[in-house]
Design a protein around this ligand. Structure first.
Ligand code: 15L
Length: 275
């Protein structure tokens, strides 16, 4: 039975996966900088600050595979991103190498490629186009994962997560929604599939409006059960409550693109104003 470590156990995704993973991986070790408030007696928890290599090494002891969901999960000040997502991510891969961990699944994000326009279908082999300091940290994590796969033989899977949750929250999320059970499938492929060396998947359910070519995940057995269009009315109703955002509505990354934007607006086509 593999012993799996999940970082970020107190975060949004970690809290949900804590409920879904034990059926597949009973020997699950949870970690975060702070203990989950509702930690059950049956759950194993080890606290660690990702920015401290010695602490990260300690939680990697005796681990076969890591699900790395730890770190800062939205745009933030540079120093926070630097400590949690750059230094923290490097520490995670380096500790995994030192402790002989065989596999790492890294929670990347759609924000590593958020500055591709929505009318552009992209695969996992495109140049990263981060839309934020957070997106840059995810591109860094993917690059670090590639290094540790090629140089040290760790089997690495990066999942560019779209929007994780029970249903798509607005028009943009109809294209990028990820049902929790579908993320579990992608994690399982990363932790178990014999053909993994270094892979990037999009963390998206079966979304008719998807902007992403995710064929590699499907080739390795991914069969998502979530269908964004089943929630279309809800997503459109929620969208009506939002203000128009010419930059965010044009690019895949949405508001991550428009926040702090001082770039070239002439590159943006306002679809609503087309004749
Ligand atoms: C992410 O990467 C974030 O972690 C999440 O909070 C959402 O903002 C999501 O992307 C998204 O793009 O909707």
């Amino acid at each position: 039975m593999p012993r799996i470590l999940m970082t970020g156990a107190s975060g949004g995704i970690g809290t949900s996966l804590r409920k879904l993973l034990p059926a597949l991986y009973p020997d699950l070790v949870l970690s975060d900088i702070r203990k989950p408030a509702d930690l059950a007696q049956s759950e194993k928890f080890k606290a660690a600050d990702l920015a401290d290599l010695a602490q990260v090494e300690a939680i990697c002891e005796g681990i076969d595979g890591i699900l790395h969901f730890g770190g800062y999960s939205v745009e933030g000040p540079w120093d926070e991103i630097l400590q949690s997502n750059i230094i923290g991510c490097y520490n995670l891969f380096e500790a995994a190498r030192r402790k002989g961990v065989k596999r790492v699944v890294f929670a990347s994000s759609n924000h590593a490629v958020g500055f591709y326009p929505r009318d552009h279908r992209i695969g996992t082999d495109v140049t990263t186009r981060p839309d934020s300091r957070y997106g840059v940290s995810k591109a860094f994590g993917e690059a670090t994962g590639a290094l540790y796969a090629d140089k040290h033989g760790i089997k690495v899977t990066c999942i560019r997560i779209g929007n994780f949750g029970d249903k798509p929250l607005d028009h943009r999320r109809l294209s990028i929604w990820l049902k929790p059970e579908d993320l579990v499938q992608l994690c399982r492929i990363g932790l178990e599939h014999p053909d993994i060396h270094f892979e990037i998947f999009y963390g998206a359910s079966h979304n008719e409006r998807s902007w992403w070519d995710n064929h590699r995940a499907y080739d390795l057995g991914y069969r998502p059960t979530g269908r964004a269009e089943d929630f279309r009315e809800h997503a459109f109703a929620e969208q009506k409550k939002l203000k128009p955002d010419p930059v965010g509505d044009f690019y895949q990354g949405g508001t991550f693109c428009s926040m702090e934007f001082s770039g070239d607006k002439s590159r943006i086509i306002d679809w609503n104003k087309r004749s």
